[in-house]
Design a protein around this ligand. Structure first.
Ligand SMILES: [Zn+2]
Length: 169
């Protein structure tokens, strides 16, 4: 089932999400819905707060469903390693229509549970490192906009506020 993606300005996107206590049927449904919603958008990553659920769950698929076996589902993920630096253009399904260059570590290792409750460690470089950091940021209530320098961020936020006032956001 597709779920509506909440946009910048919704308080659920600005709050740290809570750990998942038990991977039950409700969490399985959430993961299925998040994957369907991500593919439909289309996007390469989605975090539970983006569908209004304040839990530490995220999904990533750099192939957007084109290659089987590339889907990554993480429950209660944490960074083990963050190193190096890359600067690339980045966007977010909750901030549609806007992108910006964001500096982030170029290699990360993340540890978390998969949807079967098995502990997994995922290493990512380049785009995967970026996607992992972007989604884990969502679980802390941080958007890519929050990683921009003041003036770049202010410009985008001003445009969004204008769209909000016009009822177009
Ligand atoms: Zn995002």
């Amino acid at each position: 089932m597709l779920r509506p993606i909440v946009k910048y300005g919704d308080p659920v996107l600005a709050k740290p999400a809570a750990p998942v206590e038990r991977i039950d049927d409700e969490i399985q449904r959430l993961i299925d819905d998040m994957l369907a919603t991500m593919y439909a958008a289309p996007g390469i990553g989605l975090a539970a707060p983006q569908v209004g659920v304040p839990l530490r769950v995220c999904v990533i698929d750099l192939s957007v469903g084109q290659r089987g076996g590339e889907v990554i589902t993480l429950v209660n993920p944490e960074f083990v390693v963050r190193e190096g630096m890359q600067v690339e253009e980045e966007g977010c399904l909750s901030v549609p229509g806007f992108t910006a260059s964001v500096a982030r570590p170029s290699r990360v290792v993340v540890r978390g549970l998969d949807r079967h409750g098995q502990e997994r460690e995922i290493e990512g470089t380049g785009l995967l490192a970026r996607a992992l950091q972007h989604e884990l940021d969502h679980l802390e209530g941080t958007l890519f906009l929050d990683r921009l320098r003041g003036i770049k961020r202010d410009l985008i936020v001003r445009k969004i506020r204008k769209m909000q006032r016009a009822g177009k956001w």
